[in-house]
Design a protein around this ligand. Structure first.
Ligand code: IPM
Ligand code: MG
Length: 374
């Protein structure tokens, strides 16, 4: 049998990262068997693990392996062990930001959807969650994260009382092409979903937002007039996400606003443990769960692998065009949840104690459903 071979670069990272990566590999094995594909894995270091082994959060070898792969699957990075405000010390997050930039991953897609079986997990009243299914499209390689920044010492008038002290700044900078390409991603997604685009900015204050709005509207008029476009100021969006979340379909915004709004939106689902993400560039893509490395539960075998598996689903869809396999995976996950199986983070008062399972058992349940459905 001449199965297609896909090369995946695994970046297990820190904390619970290695545990949930193992489940992704397990599930991809089952997918490969059922759908006649072969997945080849290489593993590389990123974040704290890379700092410990090499001194750098993003070793050259990791970039080489990531470039050579068809897709990159990242688990999570960071932890208190490496927390520092000393600018001279390496931080795990530099590895993540560095790989986003180096691979040109400018479009970060963060779907927020409510799983029927988990709708009571949200802190919002269930009636407000009816119809919530949105896609946050976050610009990922520009803005405040990558603009000029510095800390200066010996600045006149900077200290309390007006003496000589320190000053620090970060710059929010956008170029037309950066805005245009992320807006295109958003409009194309909205067209596919048959939905609207909310373009979120702070055009009443920021020059970069005024350029954002201009470019988004220009592209809209030229190529996407069939898609409904709405402008919204970021503070209003923060409020509307809680007030009436179902109004949103595709939300497109700059890097920092997207960072904040996507964490806020994730809580509509009640669990960060269920949210996947894809970071797409022109030549490659990286998939990662939206949650962090959860160092407090690392190594205990209790982490929820589902956001990681949902990231695998996105990888199958976006990088390998294996839509049938992606659908099967998502059906398997929904089935496992509908049967009442939960990891500790999504368990509630109604969960039977014998149905609260660990990381590996959850992976087995999903794999079992994938195989059984053949
Ligand atoms: C995210 C994270 C990262 C970000 C951190 C870890 C640098 O919060 O992916 O949203 O701010 O982009
Ligand atoms: Mg974030």
């Amino acid at each position: 049998m001449s199965a297609t071979t896909y090369r995946i670069c695994l970046l297990p990272g820190d904390g619970i990262g290695p545990e949930i990566t193992a489940e992704a590999v397990k599930v991809l094995g089952a997918i490969g068997e059922r759908f006649g594909a072969t997945f080849e894995f290489t593993e590389a270091l990123l974040g704290g693990a890379a700092i410990d082994a090499t001194g750098s959060p993003l070793p050259e070898e990791t970039l080489t392996k990531a470039h050579a792969a068809d897709a990159v699957l990242l688990a999570a990075i960071g932890g208190p062990k490496w927390d520092t405000t000393d600018p001279a010390k390496p931080r795990p997050e530099q590895g993540l930001l560095g790989i986003r930039k180096a691979l040109g991953l400018y479009a970060n897609l963060r779907p927020v959807k409510i799983f029927e079986a988990l709708k009571d997990a949200s802190t919002l009243k269930p009636e407000f969650l009816e119809g919530v299914d949105m896609l946050i499209v976050r610009e990922l390689t520009g803005g405040l994260y990558f603009g000029a920044r510095a800390r200066e010492t010996g600045v006149e008038g900077a200290a309390t009382g007006g003496g000589v002290g320190m000053r620090a700044y970060d710059t929010m900078e956008y170029r037309e092409y950066e805005i245009e390409r992320i807006a295109r991603t958003a409009f194309e997604a909205a067209r596919l979903r048959g939905g609207t685009v909310h373009s979120v900015d702070k055009a009443n204050v920021l020059e970069s937002s005024r350029l954002w709005r201009e470019v988004v509207h220009r592209l809209h008029a030229a190529e996407f007039a069939d898609v409904e476009l709405l402008d919204q100021l970021v503070d209003n969006t923060a409020m509307q996400l809680i007030r009436r979340p179902a109004q949103f379909d595709v939300v497109v915004t700059e890097n920092m606003f997207g960072d904040i709004l996507s964490d806020e939106a994730s809580m509509l689902t009640g669990s960060l443990g269920m949210l996947a993400s894809a970071s797409l560039g022109d030549s490659t893509a990286l998939y990662e769960p939206s949650h962090g490395s959860a160092p407090d539960i690392a190594g205990q075998g209790i982490a929820n692998p589902l956001a990681m598996l949902l990231s695998v689903e996105m990888m199958l869809r976006y990088s390998f065009s294996m839509n049938e396999a992606a659908d099967a995976l998502s059906t398997a996950i929904e089935g496992v949840l509908a049967d009442g199986w939960r990891t500790a983070d999504i368990a509630d008062a109604s969960t039977l104690p014998q149905k609260t399972v660990g990381t590996s058992a959850m992976g087995d349940l999903v794999t079992g459903r994938l195989a059984a459905a053949e």
